[in-house]
Design a protein. Structure first.
Length: 40
């Protein structure tokens, strides 16, 4: 498509400097918040 930049790597995401444990904690917190919002 015209005007679109090519995507590099994982959808243009940057490498996060978090440990696996920190990533899991954040993901679980986000999931909990999402479920709370959906079921409210």
């Amino acid at each position: 498509m015209r005007g679109k930049k090519p995507v590099v790597g994982l959808g243009g995401r940057f490498k996060e400097p978090l440990t696996l444990e920190e990533q899991v904690e954040r993901t679980m917190a986000n999931l909990t918040a999402f479920v709370a919002k959906v079921t409210a």
